[in-house]
Design a protein around this ligand. Structure first.
Ligand code: 2NL
Length: 340
C-alpha cells in the first residue's frame, strides 16, 4: 500500500522534474517534493502509524525514493547549467587564430602635411625654417612691420590683446622680424605656425589658423626672383605647372606689394564656382620688403633688398582636400581626421 503510494509520488515527481522549463521551475518542484513541508516529508509523518515490522522496509523505500529524486534534480540542474554555459560559449566565441588588430595607426593633420611638404621644398632651396613665440610684443607684430599706430588691424576687434600690452600674434611676420634681427643679411627663411585673430567663428572664419610666411634678403633681389620662387612653391603644392598673374596689392610691409593669383586649377580658366567665374584664384599676397621694415631690423636697404610672401596654410589645406567648413580642422574629430 505504502509502496504503491511512494512509487506514484516518485513517478509523478520525476515527470515534473523532466518537464521543468527553467531553473526556477525546477527549484519550485524540488521544494514541493523534497522540501521540509514537501510530499516526501508528509510520508515520514505517517511512519508512526506503521507496525514495528513494517517500518524498516518502508524506511528503505522512502530513502530509495528520496535518493532517486535527488539524483533526478541534480541531473536536471546540471543540464540547465550546461546549456547556459554552452550558449555563453557560442555567444562569446573568439577566433584566436585571427591576427591581432594592433594599435590604430595615426596620421598627420592635413595642415601639418602641407606645412611639412612646403618646409621640405624651401629647405631644399636653402631656406631656414624658423619658429617664434605665439605671444608677441606690439613692436614685433605691428611697429617693426611698418604698420602705423592707427591701423585697423591693431583694433581690439581684430587682435587678441593680453594684459600688459602683449598680444597673440596675428601673423607669423614677427618670427621673420626676429629672424632679420638675429641672422642679418643675406638670409632665406620661412616661418610656419599658428596665428590668431579675434574672429566670430563660422564655416569660413576661425580665431586660430595656420600661416607660412617666407622671405629672402640678398643683393639685387627683384620681382623676377619673387615670381620664380612663388611659381616653384605653387607647382610643388599643387603637383603640376601653374600659371600665375600679379595684381597690385597694398600691405604696409612691402613695396611694391602684389596679390598673386593662380589660374583656377578646377576649370583651367573659363570660370567655375571655385574661382567665382573669374578663372583666377587669389592665393599669395607678396612683394618686395619695404625699406622701413629692413631698416628697423638693422638691415641697410641701400645695400640689401628682399622679397616676402604670406601663405594661408589653413586655406590651402581646405582647397586641396575640398574641406568646406574651417571648424573641422580644429575639432579633433577622429571621423574627420582619419580621412587624411
Ligand atoms: C598675409 C600677409 C604677406 C608678407 C606677408 C612680410 C613679412 C615681413 C616683411 C615683409 Cl617681416 N613682408 N610678409 C609679405 C607680403 C604679404 O601676406 O596675411 N598673408 C595671408
Amino acid at each position: 500500500m505504502l509502496d504503491e503510494q511512494i512509487n506514484k509520488l516518485v513517478s509523478e515527481a520525476l515527470a515534473r522534474v523532466e518537464g521543468a522549463a527553467d531553473p526556477g521551475a525546477l527549484e519550485a518542484v524540488r521544494v514541493d517534493v523534497l522540501g521540509r513541508k514537501g510530499s516526501l516529508a508528509q510520508f515520514s509523518k505517517e511512519f508512526g502509524k506503521l507496525s514495528a515490522d513494517e517500518r524498516p522496509r518502508a524506511g528503505q523505500a522512502l530513502n530509495a525514493a528520496k535518493a532517486s529524486l535527488e539524483a533526478a534534480f541534480e541531473g536536471k540542474k546540471a543540464a540547465f547549467d550546461r546549456s547556459v554555459l554552452e550558449s555563453r560559449l557560442r555567444a562569446e566565441w573568439v577566433d584566436l587564430t585571427l591576427p591581432a588588430p594592433g594599435p590604430r595607426p595615426g596620421s598627420l593633420h592635413p595642415v601639418t602635411q602641407i606645412q611639412s611638404e612646403i618646409e621640405d621644398l624651401f629647405t631644399s632651396l636653402g631656406f631656414a625654417v624658423l619658429d617664434g613665440p605665439e605671444v608677441e610684443t606690439e613692436y614685433h607684430n605691428f611697429d617693426a612691420l611698418n604698420i602705423p599706430p592707427e591701423h585697423p588691424a591693431r583694433d581690439m576687434q581684430d587682435t587678441f590683446w593680453l594684459e600688459g600690452g602683449n598680444l597673440l600674434r596675428t601673423h607669423t611676420s614677427p618670427v621673420q622680424v626676429r629672424g632679420m634681427e638675429r641672422l642679418g643679411p643675406p638670409l632665406r627663411m620661412i616661418a610656419p605656425g599658428r596665428t590668431f585673430r579675434n574672429e566670430e567663428v563660422d564655416a569660413s572664419h576661425e580665431h586660430t589658423f595656420y600661416q607660412l610666411e617666407g622671405m629672402m634678403v640678398d643683393r639685387n633681389v627683384s620681382v623676377a626672383h619673387l615670381i620664380y620662387f612663388m611659381k616653384t612653391l605653387l607647382s610643388a603644392v599643387f603637383r603640376r605647372e601653374v600659371t600665375v598673374r600679379l595684381r597690385p596689392g597694398f600691405f604696409p610691409f612691402v613695396e611694391p606689394g602684389f596679390e598673386l593669383d593662380v589660374q583656377c586649377l578646377i576649370c583651367g580658366g573659363p570660370g567655375c564656382p571655385v574661382c567665382k567665374q573669374s578663372g583666377w584664384v587669389e592665393l599669395l599676397p607678396c612683394g618686395l620688403v619695404h625699406p622701413n621694415v629692413l631698416r628697423m631690423s638693422g638691415i641697410d636697404p641701400d645695400q640689401w633688398g628682399g622679397f616676402a610672401f604670406g601663405l594661408g596654410l589653413t586655406r590651402l589645406a581646405m582647397m586641396r582636400y575640398g574641406i568646406d567648413d574651417i571648424r573641422l580642422l580644429q575639432s579633433g574629430d577622429l571621423r574627420f581626421l582619419s580621412q587624411f
